[in-house]
Design a protein around this ligand. Structure first.
Ligand SMILES: C[S@@+](CC[C@H](N)C(=O)[O-])C[C@H]1O[C@@H](n2cnc3c(N)ncnc32)[C@H](O)[C@@H]1O
Length: 242
């Protein structure tokens, strides 16, 4: 099955950018509908796992509308959210403005490519990414960049759709991504293809086990995989060697 928003190689980034431009305004609502609101819990867990101290510096790449970046900021970190989509960043920025009116701590948001992070090596105490690596032309390059900008001892956390080990559960879950998720996309966002893309991109992404393997290859310490919903979602965790 191919998808209008999925293209291998050089076209990949442009199609992904088109996709998020098309759905940015409805992105948060659709996340709530698709996951029954659970994505908030998982993102909060990512922020807690990042272990940032008040005043510590955190980077959330592929930040989108900013959920993880805001969660990190609420924990007292000095947070930067980075994304390449102007439209997604506009939503993040309007959330930031609302927060600043009531004094809630907020990240700053910048536009940039997760595969060429515009910061010097060893800048951040934690680097996170939620539902982002899967969308990159090279997820390996994205992870290597997260590692480069992390300080020794910093935590790297990756949240994304996973591939359940249990064959029956994987079949049911993929059927949900193939049928219900695009239907929700059509009904609430007028765009089934943008949501059918999730399954297409997941097929081309080796998911939690390969991310853990790559983390080990980067010599991260305490590498672990936290499977959620039987591996349908997963958090990869590792610490940059000191
Ligand atoms: C599925 S959204 C995730 C947003 C947010 N992290 C969340 O968990 O809700 C993926 C985000 O990755 C961004 N993205 C994809 N490729 C990127 C790249 N090469 N550089 C920076 N951002 C990218 C998209 O613009 C989009 O906002």
């Amino acid at each position: 099955m191919s998808n209008v928003f999925y293209a291998p190689g050089e076209q990949r980034a442009a199609r992904v950018n088109d996709l998020f431009a098309a759905i940015a305004r409805r992105y948060d609502l659709l996340n709530d509908l698709q996951s029954f609101g659970w994505h908030r819990r998982w993102k909060h867990r990512v922020a807690k796992l990042a272990g940032v101290q008040p005043g510590g510096r955190a980077l959330d790449v592929c930040c989108g509308t900013g959920d993880i970046a805001f969660a990190l900021a609420r924990l007292g970190a000095d947070v930067t959210g980075l994304d390449f989509s102007q439209k997604m960043l506009e939503v993040a920025e309007s959330r930031r403005l609302k927060n600043s009116k009531n004094g809630t701590p907020s990240p700053i948001f910048i536009q940039g490519d997760a595969q060429e992070i515009p910061f010097a090596a060893a800048t951040f105490d934690a680097v996170t990414v939620g539902y982002g690596l899967r969308n990159l032309t090279s997820w390996e390059k994205g992870l290597a960049e997260m590692h480069r900008v992390a300080r020794p001892g910093a935590r790297l956390i990756v949240l994304d759709f996973g591939k359940p080990a249990n064959a029956l559960w994987r079949k049911l879950y993929f059927a949900h991504l193939r049928c219900s998720v695009p239907l929700i996309g059509r009904l609430f966002c007028g765009n089934a293809d943008a949501y059918a893309y999730i399954l297409e991109s997941l097929k081309h992404y080796p998911a939690q086990l390969a991310v853990a393997e790559k983390m080990r290859g980067l010599k991260l310490a305490n590498v672990r995989v936290i499977n959620l919903l039987g591996g349908a979602m997963a958090i990869n965790y590792g610490e940059k060697a000191g």
